[in-house]
Design a protein around this ligand. Structure first.
Ligand code: MG
Length: 162
C-alpha cells in the first residue's frame, strides 16, 4: 500500500527556516557578495538553518507542493531573501504579511483546492501551532529550525492512521 502523503507542506520563515526575525534582527535590503555570501545592508552575514536548502530541494524533487506562511511585516525583505537564497524555485505559493496563520493556511488550502487534513505545517511558535491545529492541519512545533529529521518524522506521522 502506498504511503499517505500530504498534498501541501507549509513552512513558517522566522526561526523555522532561518534563525532570526527578518523584521528585527537583520537589516534589509540584502545582497550577495562576490564570494556568494549573503549580507544585510549593514554588512552582517545572513544565513539559514544548515539543513534547510537540502531538505527543501529533496521535498521539491520528490514532487511535494511547498508553501510559505509568515506573519512578518518585512514582506519585501523576506521575499528578497528567499530569492537570494535560491528558494523561490521550491515554493509554489507564499502568504507573507502580518495577521493570523489561520488566514494564511486557509488561503493556501483554497489556492490548491485541498483539505486541511491533507497539509503539514511547520512553525516555531506555540500559538501558531495551536491555531492551525484547530483547523485540522498536522502542525509541527519546530524547536531549533527545520532539519531532515523534523521533516521525516512529520511525514511518518502523517502517513500513520489517525
Ligand atoms: Mg517563526
Amino acid at each position: 500500500m502506498a504511503a499517505v502523503k500530504p498534498k501541501v507542506i507549509v513552512f513558517d520563515l522566522d526561526y523555522t527556516l532561518w534563525p532570526f526575525w527578518v523584521d528585527t534582527h537583520v537589516y534589509p535590503p540584502f545582497r550577495k557578495t562576490s564570494n556568494g555570501t549573503i549580507v544585510d545592508s549593514l554588512g552582517f552575514k545572513v544565513s539559514h538553518y544548515p539543513e534547510v536548502p537540502e531538505v527543501l530541494n529533496d521535498l521539491h524533487k520528490q514532487g511535494y507542493v511547498l508553501a510559505v506562511a509568515s506573519r512578518t511585516g518585512e514582506v519585501v525583505g523576506a521575499k528578497q531573501l528567499m530569492e537570494l537564497l535560491g528558494w523561490k524555485q521550491f515554493f509554489s505559493h507564499e502568504e507573507i504579511y502580518p495577521g493570523g496563520k489561520v488566514k494564511h493556511l486557509t488561503n493556501i488550502k483554497n489556492q490548491f483546492g485541498v483539505q486541511f487534513n491533507e497539509m503539514i505545517f511547520f512553525d516555531d511558535e506555540g500559538r501558531n501551532i495551536r491555531d492551525v491545529s484547530e483547523l485540522g492541519v498536522l502542525s509541527i512545533l519546530v524547536k531549533n529550525g527545520v532539519t531532515r529529521k523534523v521533516v521525516d518524522d512529520a511525514l511518518t506521522r502523517f502517513s500513520k492512521p489517525k
